[in-house]
Design a protein around this ligand. Structure first.
Ligand code: ATP
Ligand code: MG
Length: 558
């Protein structure tokens, strides 16, 4: 990652641990990994994990692997593998040659399962899934040992070989570790190591009829890769003793240490893959990359920048206690980044025609407008002025409320980069709707906000010349849910969907320069927010802009 992309890094408990491990000589180089299961698209929570793992490797001169924990072919697909790689890269991280798949270790894991059988530390179980559950006991009662627990080594080896050979139907048998059915830690009550599944695998094809459980693959795969600091979320804390039991009982090549941190919980959204899947499947959103989704592909399409997401992940820190982060913090990081980098432009989203009766009909003036008010190095652009312009209908009130400083009949307003104009009349259609405004300009008022006779105007509004404007569709996105914690509805989280999470405006009028807008450029439409062309639906000749974020937090006052 280049210096330019680097974000200021603050201290956290993981950095302290790693710092100590390097100073004490326990490790001379650290190795971390980001280990997704390829069963869905990555979301902003995963971004936290990616930034932690790749960020630590970057900060301490180590390396970070991208590893697919692909032990469940029933839910995994190549589509997810491809998209996960793209999302990690988009966030600005690079695994170099260190791309791994847990499934590349399936033969080794199988050999280690045999090893456990031979040590009388694993057995083939014939009980059904339901019986296994019933025998497992509860948090307050010990479990009961299976009648198959004490099979001979030979019988176990034969049965396990037959499982691998595909001789039994799905679900008829499993391989279990023989640990302790009375352990207070439920994960140690003879956990399942292998299950039968006649399903092809997206990475290793149809070589296998049995698949290791996530818990049997995850820690050993870390050990094979030489991961020094195996960083995961807190729900794996109670799995750590099991992972350590595997390391103790298998001839693994290294001994990673696991450290847990609190997952990211973000308000006004859901992050469970099951729920995200459901939103896509039910057509509530327009795919995984719907700009309202908390997925990386969604926020990318919307126009969030990788730098903003990284600075968000850095700013929320890394801790060990569960907490909620308000989504406005993420939005603020996006604003802070775009405020620095986005060129300004004028766009009229709800156009109302304004005809300047005292302006010569054939005259066109060209004004130079700064692309960024504080950054002259970002240059200027030409904007055109003519007799007919568009202004935003929200900037006019026929009967102004108190404190309305924009345009009213008889009132004056400054056109940004242009003249002061006065509204002299309103034209209405038969239904009584305003169809156009008429007015006059003050030729001496191009510079500044004073009229020729020295009167000062309060309001400044944006506008575009109607002869030069380009037409565009603009999609105003808002939060997908209108409740801070949609998950409190359990499976009924959909009751909290925000019915106004998108408003599509046709016939918006944008300044001429935007006709050749680069798809990657994010603009600040003055007084409106930050916008970017939709990379999926925009076509040559059909401009579609997405609102990335508003200029201010409009939810704060709600
Ligand atoms: P599931 O395991 O239910 O499919 P998951 O969200 O845990 O879903 P993984 O692909 O296993 O998905 O996640 C990859 C890594 O990202 C894991 O190490 C996990 O701990 C981490 N992760 C997932 N969700 C979050 C989150 N909200 N905040 C931080 N890290 C997360
Ligand atoms: Mg997981």
């Amino acid at each position: 990652m280049s210096d330019e992309q680097a974000v200021p890094t603050t201290n956290n408990f993981l950095k302290t641990i790693i710092d100590d491990d390097l100073k004490s000589g326990k490790h001379d180089k650290i190795v971390t990994r980001f280990p997704p299961e390829p069963n869905g698209y990555l979301h902003i929570g995963h971004a936290k994990s990616i930034c932690i793992n790749f960020g630590l490797a970057r900060d301490f001169g180590g390396r970070c692997h991208l590893r697919f924990d692909d032990t469940n072919p029933a839910k995994e697909e190549q589509e997810y593998i491809d998209s996960i790689k793209e999302s990690v890269r988009w966030l600005g991280f690079d695994w170099g040659e260190h791309l791994y798949y847990a499934s590349d270790n399936f033969e080794q894991l199988y050999q280690w399962a045999l090893h456990l059988i031979k040590q009388e530390r694993a057995y083939v179980e014939d009980l059904s899934a339901e019986e296994i559950r019933a025998y497992r006991g509860t948090l307050t009662e010990p479990g009961k040992e299976s009648p198959y627990r004490n099979r001979s080594i030979t019988e176990n080896l034969n049965l396990f070989a037959s499982m691998r050979a595909g001789e039994f139907p799905d679900g008829t048998r499993v391989l279990r570790a023989k640990i302790d059915m009375a352990s207070p830690n439920m994960n140690l009550r003879d956990p399942v190591l292998y299950r039968i599944l006649h399903a092809p695998h997206p990475h290793v094809g149809d070589a296998w009829k049995i698949y290791p459980m996530y818990d049997f693959a995850h820690g050993q795969t870390d050990a094979i890769e030489g991961i020094t600091h195996s960083i995961c979320t807190l729900e794996f804390e109670s799995h750590r003793p099991l992972y350590e039991w595997f390391l103790d009982n298998l001839p693994v090549p290294s001994r990673p240490r696991q450290y847990e941190f609190a997952r990211l919980n973000l308000t006004y959204t859901v992050m469970s893959k099951r729920k995200l899947h459901e939103l896509v499947q039910l057509g509530i959103v327009d795919g995984w990359d719907d700009p309202r989704m908390p997925t990386i592909v969604g926020i990318k399409r919307r126009g969030y920048t990788p730098a903003a997401v990284r600075s968000f992940c850095e700013s929320i820190g890394v801790g060990r206690s569960d907490s909620w982060i308000d989504i406005s913090i993420l939005e603020e990081c996006v604003r802070a980044d775009l405020n620095e980098t986005a060129p300004r432009a004028m766009a009229v989203l709800k156009p109302l025609k304004f005809i300047i009766d005292n302006y010569p009909p054939d005259l066109v003036e060209e004004f130079q407008a700064a692309n960024h008010p504080q950054k002259p190095e970002m240059g200027t652009r030409t904007i055109f002025f003519s007799r007919e312009i568009w202004i935003d209908s929200d900037d006019f009130m026929e009967e102004p409320v108190k404190g309305f400083f924009r345009l009213t009949v008889g009132g004056e307003v400054k056109l940004r980069f242009g003249y002061i104009v006065k509204c002299t009349g309103v034209v209405k259609d038969v239904a009584g709707n305003i169809s156009e405004l008429h007015g006059e300009y003050d030729p001496a008022s191009r510079e500044g906000i004073h009229t020729a006779d020295g009167r000062k105007v309060k309001g400044v509004i944006h506008w575009v010349s109607s002869a030069h404007a380009v037409t565009a569709e603009v999609r105003l996105f808002d939060r997908l849910f209108n409740d801070p914690n949609p998950d409190r509805g359990g499976s009924d989280y959909k009751q909290f969907l925000n019915p106004h999470s998108v408003e599509t405006l046709q016939s918006c009028r944008l300044e001429a320069t935007l006709s050749s807008a680069d798809i990657e450029t994010r603009y600040q439409f003055e007084r409106q927010g930050y916008f970017r062309q939709d990379p999926k639906d925009s076509l040559p000749g059909k401009l579609i802009f997405n609102r990335i974020v508003t200029l201010r937090d409009v939810w704060a006052k709600k």
